[in-house]
Write a protein of this length. Structure first.
Lengths: 264, 250
C-alpha cells in the first residue's frame, strides 16, 4: 500500500516534470538556462511576500515570477548591459530581498532548506489541483506556440519575415516558465527547478533526431526521474528533490555515453 | 497579389540613426516585379540595416516604406548558425516556414538541387550548401519579392555563379522581384537591372554598366578604376571623391 503523501508527491512531481522537460528543451536551444535560474531565485521573493501577507495563494508566486520576467524585458532595452548581467542582478537582487524579508519574520520559524530543495512529501491535495491547473494551461499554450517558438529560436529575423509575432511569442514563453517555476517551487525547490528543465532536455538530445522527439523524450525522461527519485528517496531516506535531480543526471549520462546503444 | 505594375516595395527618404549617428541618409528606391535591384557598398555602409528596414525588422528613424501588404516575401539572412543542440534535419528546417507542406519542401530542395541532403542534420551542411538551403527556405511560399543578404557569402567563384544563376532563373520563372546585397559587381552584372551604391547614402545608381563606369563607385569601394595602376591612386585628382559624394547620379 502506498502512503497518500507519497502518492501526492508522485502526482505533483509527474505533472511538473511532464511540462518542465518541453519548456526546458527551448531553454537549452535558446541558451536561457540562466533565465530559469533567475526566475526560480526570484521565487524566493514570492515565498517571502506570501509569508508577509500570510497567504498561500499561488497567485502571489505567479505574479512575482512574472513580474521579474517582465522586468527583465524592460531592462534589456538598454543595450549597455547584456542579458547575462541583467539576469545576475535580478537573480541575486530578488533572492536577497526574499531572504531578508523571511529573516525579519520573528514568528516564522521554518527550515530554509524546504525552499531551496523543495518539500515534495508535504504536497497537499489542494496543491495538486493548483499544479494541475497551471501545468494544463502551460501545456496548452506551449502546444499553440511551439512551432513559432522553434522558428524564432532558429532565426529571429527569418521568423519575423515569415509572419511570426516574435516579441509576443518570446514574452509568452518567458511567462510560461514563470508560471511553472511558481508552482514547482514546493515540488523541487529554488535551487533545483532549472535542473528539472535542463537535464531531461539534455538527456533527450542524445536520442532525438527531431525537435518534437526531443520535446517528447524530455517529458518522459523527467517523469521517469521524478518517479525513480521519489522511490529512491523513500527507500534510502534521502532528500527527494536532490534524488530526482540525480536520477535525471543519471539518465543524461546513460544517453551521453550510449550505455544502451551501440557506439555512435 | 495586388496591382501587377505598382512596385512591390518602395522606400522614400528613409533615414536611420543609432545614438545620434546617422547610418542611412535619405534613401529612396523601389523594386518592381521581375526586376533585380542590387545593393553594393563597403563594410559598414548600412546595407544590411537598409535591408532590415525594408523588411520591417528594424524601424526607420524617418521616411516612408510602402510595402504591399498582400505580397509574400522570401528572406535570406546573411548568416544562420544553428546550434548542434537542436536536432534539426534540412527538411525540418525548411518546414519551419509557416503554411508549408513537405511536398513544397521537397520541391524547393529540388530547385536548389539538394534533395540528397533532406534527411541530414542542417548543421552538417557546408557553407555553400547552407546558402542554397537558405535560398530554398526563401522561395518556399512562392514569394513575390526575394530579399537576399549576401547570398554568396563564403562560397567559391564557381558556386557564386551557380547561386546567381539560380536566383535569376527563379526570378524569370516566377516573375518575382529581387532585392539583394552583393560585394562583387562583375558577378551580378548579367542578372541585375539596377545597382544602388550605398555608403550611408546612395552615392550613385543605375544600370550595372553605368555604375561600373562611374568614378563614385570606384571611390566608394576604395579601388581605382580599371586601367589605373594602384600606386598612382592617391595622387590622381580624378579619384579624389571619397569625401564629397553627397549627390545622386540618377
Amino acid at each position: 500500500m502506498i502512503d497518500e503523501f507519497i502518492l501526492n508527491a508522485v502526482i505533483a512531481g509527474v505533472l511538473v516534470a511532464a511540462i518542465a522537460g518541453p519548456l526546458g528543451c527551448f531553454m537549452v536551444w535558446r541558451k536561457m538556462a540562466y533565465f530559469g535560474d533567475t526566475i526560480s531565485h526570484s521565487a524566493l521573493m514570492g515565498v517571502a511576500l506570501g509569508i508577509a501577507f500570510d497567504s498561500e495563494n499561488p497567485i502571489i508566486m505567479i505574479a512575482t515570477c512574472s513580474a521579474v520576467a517582465i522586468m527583465l524585458l524592460f531592462l534589456q532595452r538598454d543595450r549597455r548591459f547584456s542579458s547575462d548581467t541583467l539576469l545576475g542582478i535580478l537573480a541575486h537582487g530578488t533572492l536577497s530581498i526574499g531572504m531578508i524579508v523571511i529573516s525579519m519574520m520573528d514568528h516564522f520559524r521554518t527550515d530554509m532548506m524546504y525552499y531551496l530543495v523543495g518539500d515534495i512529501l508535504a504536497i497537499s491535495e489542494r496543491n495538486i489541483y493548483t499544479i494541475a491547473g497551471v501545468v494544463g494551461i502551460t501545456g496548452i499554450c506551449l502546444f499553440f506556440i511551439w512551432r513559432d517558438l522553434l522558428s524564432l529560436t532558429v532565426h529571429e529575423d527569418l521568423a519575423h519575415t515569415e509572419g511570426v509575432k516574435v516579441n509576443r511569442i518570446k514574452i509568452i514563453y518567458m511567462l510560461l516558465i514563470a508560471f511553472l517555476v511558481a508552482v514547482a517551487l514546493k515540488v523541487i525547490g529554488v535551487l533545483l527547478i532549472t535542473a528539472l528543465m535542463i537535464i531531461p532536455a539534455a538527456a533527450a538530445r542524445t536520442i532525438s533526431n527531431t525537435p518534437l522527439q526531443m520535446i517528447m523524450f524530455s517529458s518522459i525522461g523527467g517523469i521517469v526521474a521524478v518517479i525513480s527519485g521519489i522511490a529512491a528517496s523513500s527507500q534510502w531516506d534521502v532528500p527527494t528533490g536532490p534524488a530526482i535531480v540525480l536520477c535525471a543526471t543519471f539518465l543524461f549520462l546513460i544517453g551521453r555515453f550510449n550505455i544502451f546503444k551501440k557506439a555512435g | 497579389m495586388g496591382d501587377n505594375t505598382s512596385p512591390l516595395i518602395r522606400l522614400e527618404n528613409v533615414c536611420k540613426s543609432y545614438h545620434k549617428n546617422l547610418v542611412l541618409e535619405n534613401i529612396s528606391f523601389s523594386v518592381n516585379r521581375g526586376e533585380t535591384v542590387t545593393l553594393i557598398g563597403p563594410n559598414g555602409a548600412g546595407k544590411s540595416t537598409l535591408m532590415k528596414i525594408s523588411l520591417g525588422i528594424l524601424e526607420a528613424s524617418s521616411g516612408e516604406i510602402h510595402r504591399d501588404k498582400s505580397i509574400t516575401i522570401g528572406y535570406m539572412p546573411q548568416k544562420v548558425m544553428i546550434d548542434e543542440v537542436l536536432p534539426l534535419s534540412v527538411r525540418d528546417f525548411l518546414y519551419l516556414r509557416p503554411n508549408t507542406s513537405y511536398a513544397d519542401v521537397a520541391e524547393a530542395l529540388a530547385t536548389v538541387r539538394l534533395t540528397r541532403l533532406a534527411d541530414h542534420p542542417v548543421q552538417s551542411a557546408s557553407g555553400g550548401e547552407m546558402q542554397r538551403i537558405l535560398l530554398a527556405r526563401a522561395i518556399l511560399g512562392k514569394p513575390d519579392l526575394l530579399v537576399l543578404d549576401e547570398p554568396v557569402q563564403g562560397i567559391d567563384i564557381m558556386g557564386q555563379q551557380e547561386i546567381y544563376g539560380l536566383i535569376a532563373k527563379i526570378r524569370d520563372e516566377t516573375g518575382c522581384g529581387v532585392l539583394m546585397i552583393s560585394h562583387d559587381l562583375h558577378l551580378v552584372m548579367a542578372s541585375t537591372n539596377q545597382v544602388l551604391c550605398l555608403n550611408r547614402h546612395i552615392c550613385c545608381r543605375g544600370s550595372p554598366e553605368f555604375v561600373q563606369r562611374n568614378p563614385e563607385y570606384h571611390a566608394m569601394m576604395g579601388r581605382p578604376m580599371e586601367g589605373v595602376a594602384i600606386y598612382t591612386h592617391n595622387h590622381d585628382p580624378d579619384h579624389d571623391h571619397e569625401y564629397h559624394h553627397g549627390h545622386d547620379h540618377d
